[in-house]
Design a protein around this ligand. Structure first.
Ligand SMILES: [Zn+2]
Length: 424
């Protein structure tokens, strides 16, 4: 088979190789205050090799061949995570070679399109890493250097024999980010979009904490066997998607553009962007409630995003200051895993429900979030409790408790959302 040549071949052209200084001043494509991507001077604080775009946060590899084919004997024989990754990696690729022009002030300007895209990818990942490690205080040791497969040939054989395009994702089986080549997407490249890369980085953090970093999480695997009714899987996937959008929103607030509630903006069409706009107030509908509790994300396309956006909106409505947004962001990552049995995290709730996914419910996950808001944040907890009871239609009895971490007994619903008919 003749390998399809991708545009990454251009990366192999060698040009001047500047010395790497820390921090490195470089131009990247950054969303300006007027909503346009503008070549902007930024500092890369963690890069150790500016030509290969490698540093503490990421290591970018070009031209890999990655293939997940259930009929592949090598894959079938894989018994460990390492063997699975080896079986999927048909060619590991190689370092990229970025090319720059140095301006009189010593700032590096990308000299070709791929260098713009690569520098911006590293910059966006570094900002996402900084959000989780600095703003949310996730220890750096939990978020070590991650490989980014840039413009690989990426084939999921049970979907299509053609390489995938037009996407950027965190891919747990390889514990890597994958930035795919463009094909039909005419808007801003996904890796240029800081909100999308923060959303993907949030998936990495969720995977590490909720699934212990597993390449193939047991809960996802087991619960998918539920066929047309997968209530636990639905909630788990919705948490992963909705909280990733909420983190992307919180992380965007200190940028030049400001708080971005439209995570997909600039990269997707208006209908898709609006459907995920977490500032649009929503209520749990009878149909959504029925779909979550009785159907499956594997049957209803996008179900995890519908519930995820509803959850992100409830969190959005609960915060009005930067301090509250950050406190809630920290509460979320704390709720991902907590071995304290009086307020277990998602990880522990999921582990206790592996044999029966009906036990992992939205009220339990919501309670875990509430219980990880620090005890002094009375107003914030009150707002989250009210919005969970109101917009998510979680029964107050599932949220109220008598510790300083629970929703107070005085919690009321606003009546903004009509009550759902409940099963007797
Ligand atoms: Zn996602």
């Amino acid at each position: 088979m003749v390998r399809k040549l991708t545009a990454t071949a251009a990366l192999l052209l060698v040009s001047c190789a500047p010395q790497t200084q820390v921090p490195t001043k470089v131009r990247a494509l950054v969303l300006s205050s007027n909503g346009e991507y503008t070549p902007t001077e930024v500092e890369l604080k963690t890069v150790t090799d500016i030509v290969a775009l490698e540093g503490k946060v990421a290591r970018i590899e070009g031209n890999a061949i990655l293939r997940l084919d259930p009929t592949d004997p090598e894959l079938q024989a894989a018994r460990t995570e390492e063997a699975l990754a080896r079986a999927m990696t048909k060619s590991a690729g190689r370092s990229v070679t970025a090319s720059y022009i140095t301006d009189p002030q010593g700032v590096l300007w990308p000299a070709d399109f791929h260098t713009w895209n690569l520098v911006t990818t590293y910059y966006n990942l570094e900002r996402a890493w900084d959000y989780f490690t600095t703003t949310l205080a996730v220890p750096q040791a939990e978020l070590p250097q991650t490989t980014v497969h840039y413009f690989p040939e990426f084939i999921l054989a049970d979907v299509s024999d053609q390489p995938l395009t037009d996407n950027a994702l965190y891919y747990p089986p390889l514990k890597s980010f994958v930035v795919l080549p463009f094909d039909t997407l005419q808007k801003a490249p996904l890796a240029t979009n800081a909100s999308i890369l923060t959303h993907e980085y949030a998936h990495l953090v969720f995977n590490r904490r909720v699934y212990g970093g597993s390449a193939v999480p047991t809960a996802l695997n087991e619960w998918a066997q539920g066929g047309s009714s997968t209530p636990g899987l639905n909630v788990l996937k919705a948490l992963d998607e909705g909280l990733a959008d909420y983190h992307a929103y919180v992380a965007s607030c200190p940028t030049a553009f400001g708080c971005n509630t439209r995570v997909l903006a600039t990269s997707f069409d208006d209908a898709a962007v609006n459907a995920r706009d977490l500032s649009l107030n929503q209520c749990m509908s009878a149909l959504l409630y029925r779909n979550i509790t009785q159907s499956s994300v594997n049957v209803i396309s996008g179900l995890e995003y519908q519930l995820g956006t509803l959850l992100a909106n409830a969190l959005y409505r609960s915060t009005s200051t930067e301090a509250e947004r950050q406190t809630l962001g920290r509460a979320l990552v704390a709720a991902y895993s907590d071995t304290n049995t009086s307020r277990p995290g998602f990880n522990q709730l999921v582990s206790a429900s592996i044999g029966d996914q009906n036990l992992f419910t939205l009220p339990k996950a919501a309670k875990a979030i509430v219980q990880h808001i620090p005890s002094g944040n009375v107003d914030l907890r009150q707002k989250v409790c009210t919005n969970f009871a109101n917009a998510l239609q979680i029964p107050l009895s599932a949220l109220v408790g008598n510790t300083e971490y629970d929703c107070p007994a005085s919690t009321t619903t606003t009546g903004e959302c009509p009550a759902l008919p409940r099963d007797p």
